[in-house]
Design a protein. Sequence first.
Length: 404
Amino acid sequence: DTGSADPAAGHVSSRNSAGINQTTEGFVVGHGRAPDAAARRFVDAYFRNVDRAYPFVDRAEILENLETMGDFAEKLRDSQSTLLYLIMYIGCTTLERASQIPRETRKHFEVAYAEIIQECVCRNSIESVQILMLLALYSLFDPAWTSTYSIVGIAVRQAITTGLTRRPADDHAHSPAETELRHGLSWSVLALHRMMAVSQGLPVALTDDNADVPLPGLTVDDFASPERATYARKLHSSRHVIQLRQLESRILDQIHFKKKAEIAKLTPSDRRATLSSMRASIEDWYSKGCLMSPIEAGNATVHSSITLLGARYYYLLLLMYYPNHFNSSAGSVSRQHLLQLAQRHLQAISALFQQRQLPLNSVTPHRLMSVTLVLMHDFMATYRQTPWPSPAMLPFLARDEVAV
């Protein structure tokens, strides 16, 4: 017997109650706890970690749905159950990465991508955008699925057609809580899409120029809540991630995607000025991140980690100084300096892995590949400078540049 949950029928399924009991007995604190306790643990892990970067679901509503969900073996056939199920899976990957549950736990989750995507496209609602975003985050950790970029692209277009990227004509059309949730969803779509675009070297479909939505903020109720400090930290984390994606997009637009004819018109001084301005923005972003990175117990929360901040900082510098047409004559940094940046980034990645804070999803190898190309560029350039009696003795034809 299986339980299922989807926007229409049977798109997401989990094992029956007995099966989950067998799985969770080994990692839920306390002997003989019900499967609902494991579900709550997954949900809490999601909101402690992922929700900080992508604040687009209502925690109170999700917890209420969790309480009323009933037994895992029951048939669940509504979109709220799909939201809850996907949140549970993503929270499960967080606990697996932190080694707080067995590594094979996620195999008990199954998702029918095509059916969910089709239903979301047909419905074209705020809820469908939320489901697409969760499905995209889910797919990052699914080795059998490789089209996260495509799912996020659909979510982007859904966000545009549902009006999420524009301010409503009536400022009072939604409650303050609903307004903040819409803002968080809009910026989450933009941030996730840019992360995938930068990781794969592809253009973005939604730019800041097309968006007219305030950054995520706090409602009056949030500010008056006893958990105000928690809400404030979460807000800082989400805004910091948005700024990171904006910096990455700016680097792509001005350095990597600019036409060669336009770059040829720039003098070395112009290029250095562009790099200097970007470097100042990166340093400012990093400084703010250092100030807002508290020391938290455990390793489940990643987005406030000072180690992850360092890895992202060095990746931004690598992305900016990457060997390409723009940097070919700008005299930006030496090959030795570029190699040092790559080494420091890899050291930070290694530290994240050792601390069990490295997200083992499809984005990680994509980004490591670009660092590998930097190392290959340095190796081939160094090899080419070695004096050889004749070109025929070279084991391969070295090139001055390695481009993605």
